[in-house]
Design a protein around this ligand. Structure first.
Ligand code: NAD
Length: 421
């Protein structure tokens, strides 16, 4: 692979468009429709000042992208990370469109991001940045227009500041403008665990198809945040053995098993999983290749590429992260018989419970965790079953099958609505 090619294939937006093109080709989508769905509807870039604790003013850059609004308001998280780019946010917004369509919830796709390493900010600076960023993007935001949520490095506290900022501007409390809030501010039971819980529901559905007995299975998890750490906990609750986990500082490995809850306590105390007693240190690259039955990428994009896909030992990959696998790697994994549950299906539990949160907020209602989890399970099981059926019928991998379902649903709606004016 030339440097130029590898740079293009590792650009998340190029990856997202190629995944879409594959589905559009297979669906025989009308050329006009292809042009419409291949691009985001709106891209907003903002540069905004924040007062820093040392008395200086720093200017940050952020984005909010709305990919498609055909099926409802835009929905998608906001990421704080030093490597955020407009192309990454565009890809994440497009993936949200397909994700909402796969699970059949009435949203379009959106995503936001700020170029910042939030670990370098004080709480006061983080609050100032969050409130000003939300103010800047508020031209697009609203409970009927675009409803943000958490993503990498954004927390229920940050969602509270977003909600309060919007509410201050309009003069009354609007809980439905953002999801992933603390329960006391209109958050939903089960939202914090929802991405991981939905991911584990799909693993439970997939295991018999792959011949995996979850009670005897070993699991590796890349990324130990909201999605990854809770997925590790829930896999242990299924009786599986978690043998390796990692975060941005590196990974740890113990073939005899790690206790996910103790690892989380260690991470909370030390800021990383690295150094956890009784485990061998490994790199993030090594983690992907450890001996295990189930691999859960739960960090960032482009982790499984043509370079390492052939060395992956897992029989089942569950993409808790968005975009962890490149199209070249997809092909290698499929040819090697690895069963992959694609991101737009696997991690859709997060947006599904965000949808529940929004419905509860609009109705001033509050559901029990049992109700939330039961509704989530019904939606995830149905979406998984529909995707497997398409995959078997069309003889395509699970990602293409999920895309065929999603792109068809979005293009049907877009065709019905027609082109304005
Ligand atoms: P988070 O900030 O809670 O956790 C991210 C974790 O990844 C942290 O442990 C961090 O140290 C680790 N990490 C960062 N860079 C890494 C690297 N290069 N290698 C290994 N680990 C690294 O974020 P999250 O909300 O858990 O999001 C993780 C992934 O899940 C993202 O792809 C996100 O888009 C996706 N996702 C999240 C949600 C949600 O509801 N939070 C929903 C759907 C998808």
């Amino acid at each position: 692979m030339t440097t130029e090619q590898s740079a293009a294939t590792l650009n998340a937006w190029a990856v997202a468009q190629r995944q879409f093109d594959l589905a559009a080709e297979k669906l025989g989508l009308d050329p006009g429709m292809r042009k419409v769905l291949r691009e985001p509807r709106r891209e907003l870039t903002v540069h905004f000042p924040v007062h820093m604790d040392d008395g200086t003013v720093q200017v940050f850059t952020g984005y909010r992208v709305q990919h498609n609004l055909g099926r409802g308001p835009a929905k998608g998280g906001i990421r704080y990370h030093q490597d955020v780019t407009l192309d990454e946010v565009k890809a994440l917004a497009m993936w949200m469109t397909w994700k909402c369509a796969v699970v059949g919830i009435p949203y379009g796709g959106g995503k936001g991001g700020v170029i910042v390493d939030p670990k370098k900010l004080s709480m006061k600076e983080l609050e100032g940045l969050s409130r000003r960023y939300f103010t800047e993007i508020s031209v697009l935001i609203g409970p009927e227009r675009d409803i943000p949520a958490p993503d990498v490095n954004t927390t229920p506290q940050i969602m509270s500041w977003f909600m309060d900022t919007y509410s201050m501007h309009v003069g009354y409390t609007v809980p439905g403008v953002v999801t992933g809030k603390p329960i006391s501010l209109g958050g939903s039971e089960g939202r914090n665990e929802a991405t991981a819980r939905g991911c584990v529901y799909t693993i439970v559905d997939a295991a018999p198809l792959v011949g995996i007995d979850l009670k005897k299975a070993t699991v590796a998890v890349q990324g130990y945040g909201n999605a990854g750490a809770i997925a590790a906990h829930l896999m242990a609750a299924e009786g599986s053995t978690v043998v390796a986990v990692s975060d941005s500082m590196g990974g740890i490995h113990n073939p005899a098993g790690l206790d996910p809850d103790k690892v989380l306590s260690w991470k909370k105390e030390h800021g990383t999983v690295v150094g956890y007693p009784g485990a061998t240190e490994i790199s993030n690259e090594d983690l992907l290749e450890v001996q295990c039955d189930i691999l859960i990428p739960a960090a960032l994009e482009n982790q499984i590429t043509a370079r390492n896909a052939g060395r992956i030992k897992a029989k089942l990959i569950a993409e808790a992260a968005n975009g962890p696998t490149t199209p070249e790697a997809d092909e290698i994994l499929y040819n090697n018989g690895v069963f992959l549950i694609p991101d737009i299906l696997c991690n859709a539990g997060g947006v599904t419970v965000s949808y529940f949160e929004w419905v509860q907020d609009l109705n001033r209602d509050h559901w029990s965790e049992a109700v939330v989890n039961a509704k989530l399970k019904e939606i995830m099981d149905r979406a998984f079953g529909e995707t497997v059926a398409v995959s078997q019928r069309e003889k395509v991998n699970m990602r293409t099958a999920a895309y065929l379902l999603a792109v068809k649903r979005v293009s049907d709606t877009t065709a019905l609505r027609g082109i304005y004016p």
